[in-house]
Design a protein around this ligand. Structure first.
Ligand code: ATP
Ligand code: MG
Length: 581
């Protein structure tokens, strides 16, 4: 079916919508792909829906190819399964909760682990049934605090969510790898530039979770990448290269200095440089930051000291990721009052270790390195305190901030900061949900075996925006061929009946051979038509206009802007060649 602009349900806009800040949002609204209904809630108009459906189809093909089976759950769900896993409350204000006429509690599903686990439990019982992978492409609801950038962060959005069910860890690792490979194929096919980053450092057991981030300045996720290799990671997952251990012999003895009014690193360094004949920098100092942490389920906070080179701040997100699943909090005045050995601004390893405070240091603090640090007495610091001789930390911790220019953990190049849009997330869940619902298979030995799960998400509607974000110019959208709303946009540029007839004929011929055509058969000026064709972003534009007098038509490449004249008689085979490559 030829899509005729004369009847297409489409009104393009010349002006950017007032509430739009990022290019994808502006252009998708201006090009008439989506319309806003309420904050974070959008409707899909014909061309937008086509792009969405094409992406869905790619996702579906790749999921089917790894043997996952499609099913479909309701969005409207009863409370009980989510209560059983604690997520009815844990999800907090992000969950849309509602009541039915009888007062029963319901929710709009934000993600469906519970329902999939329960469904598998309902159907399967023997080890012979496993493994199984199930997925759906379905509408999700999250009452996001800050819906943003149109469909990029919606409160209603389309997600492909899949879940794997395996008998053992090896099976789970295999299902995870299958999904990882499928995601690579999906994101390659939709033409995105993206990186795969470990969600955490792996302290919790291998690459149990990875995120796919589409590179984009407008993304909300920050990550680092190497200038010298393909290395990319979440800041939380960056592992600090450990410098070589240094000899202890022959190093100067530690010495306590009276350093009045030097509670900060800056004042300390200035003081030492003015009052000793050595030259110190902030990186020579060891800053000891006190926090408290407690294990899940415990009531008791434990003090924890974190030692980092004084030229770096403690990055709370990195610290939290390193201590997961423990909860971390900053100390309050009452904590200092209860522990008078903590002399604010002058905390040193000695008092910590004398008082049984766990002391973890940055991986750069290796045996044989000398530090300027607190002497546990107001206005006093110790110089040349040697790690491995004068103090012995309880271990190392990744808590110091990561900075641009830091060496890449793979030894190649240095790190730079980048931003991305999370388009996919793969996660080895383990037995959390299987435990909540006692999801077991009867094993070969007649004993029940607890199932282990993985969950895997793709932001299908978000992909439309992520692609638009990476692929546009001043004039409009530039769709990668696989997701474009049509293969060719035929513009009839002229009032002559012969031009119109030829445009119609070429469009009909293309349509017959299965090329998807948008035909601009409107009576508006060629200028308006060209502007719209650029805004809509179909990758190939065919202009049938004045050139026809000489027997030629023009083929424009929307991405490169390249224009070539071809014989009108040869237009169809030429276009097929361009499209099918
Ligand atoms: P984010 O960190 O962006 O909030 P998330 O980690 O909460 O995402 P998941 O629960 O992992 O998201 O959901 C799987 C995928 O669904 C995400 O990778 C993302 O592509 C997509 N997604 C999540 N929230 C939204 C949203 N509000 N609007 C559109 N897509 C979303
Ligand atoms: Mg996620």
């Amino acid at each position: 079916m030829i899509t005729r602009m004369s009847t297409l349900f489409l009104r393009t806009l010349r002006e950017d919508p007032a509430d739009a800040e990022v290019p994808s949002h502006k252009l998708l609204v201006r090009a008439g792909y989506v319309r806003r209904i309420a904050p974070g809630i959008y409707s899909w108009l014909p061309l937008g829906l086509r792009v969405l459906r094409k992406i869905e189809e790619i996702v579906r093909e790749e999921m089917n190819a790894i043997g996952a089976q499609e099913i479909h759950f309701p969005a409207l769900l009863p409370k009980e399964p989510y209560e059983a896993t604690g997520r009815w409350t844990e999800y907090g204000p992000n969950l849309f909760r509602l009541k039915d006429r009888k007062g029963g509690d319901y929710l709009l599903g934000p993600t469906h682990e519970e329902l999939f686990a329960l469904t598998v439990k309902g159907e399967y019982s023997s080890y012979k049934d496993y493994p199984v992978m199930l997925y759906q492409i379905q509408t999700k609801y999250r009452d996001e605090e800050r819906p943003r950038a149109g469909i990029l962060r919606g409160r209603e959005f389309v997600m492909k969510d899949s879940y794997s069910f395996d008998l053992d860890d090896e099976g789970l690792a295999n299902s995870y790898q299958l999904h990882r490979d499928a995601y690579i194929r999906i994101f390659d096919r939709v033409g995105l530039r993206y990186v795969i980053v470990a969600a955490t450092s792996g302290a919790m057991g291998g690459s149990a979770s990875e995120e796919f981030l589409a590179e984009s300045e407008t993304g909300e996720d920050t990550f680092v990448r190497s200038t010298g290799s393909g290395f990319a990671a979440n800041v939380e997952a960056v592992v600090t290269p450990v410098p070589p251990v240094e000899p202890i012999e022959g190093k100067a003895a530690a010495e306590v200095h009276h350093t009045p009014n030097t509670p900060t690193i800056e004042t300390l360094v200035d003081f030492l440089n003015a009052n000793t004949d050595r030259k110190f920098t902030a990186a020579d100092t060891l800053k000891n930051v006190l926090v408290k942490n407690r294990q899940p389920g415990s009531q008791d906070w434990e003090l924890l000291a974190v030692g980092v080179p004084g030229d770096r701040e403690v990055d709370m997100k990195r610290l939290e990721a390193s201590l997961e699943p423990a909860e971390v909090a900053l100390l309050e005045e009452a904590d200092f009052a209860a522990n008078p050995f903590l002399v604010k601004g002058y905390i040193g390893p000695k008092a910590l270790q004398d008082n049984g405070v766990r002391y973890l240091v940055d991986p750069r603090v290796v045996t044989g390195t000398a530090w300027v640090t607190g002497a546990d007495k107001a206005d006093h610091h110790v110089v040349d305190l040697l790690c491995g001789r004068d103090f012995t930390p309880d271990g190392t911790i990744e808590a110091a901030e990561v900075r641009e220019g830091d060496p890449s953990p793979d030894g190649q190049g240095t790190l730079v900061a980048a931003r991305g849009i999370e388009i996919g997330h793969i996660f080895q869940l383990g037995r959390k949900y299987a435990d909540a619902f006692s999801l077991d298979a009867l094993g070969q030995d007649g004993k029940p075996k607890r199932i282990t799960m993985g969950s895997y998400g793709v932001g299908v509607s978000r992909l439309v925006a992520a692609i638009a974000e990476q692929s546009h110019d001043e004039q409009g959208l530039v769709w990668p061929r696989e997701v474009a709303p049509a293969d060719v946009h035929v513009v009839i540029a002229g009032k002559d009946e012969s031009i119109r007839e030829r445009g119609e004929a070429i469009a009909a011929e293309l349509d017959t051979v299965g090329v998807q055509v948008i035909l601009d058969d409107r009576t508006v000026s060629p200028g308006v038509k060209f502007a719209d064709s650029e805004l809509l972003g179909v990758p190939t534009v065919l202009v049938v206009g004045k050139g026809l007098a000489k027997g030629v038509v023009e083929v424009r490449d929307r991405r490169s802007g390249e224009r070539v004249e071809v014989e009108a008689d040869n237009a169809v085979p030429h276009l097929i060649e361009v499209i099918r490559g």
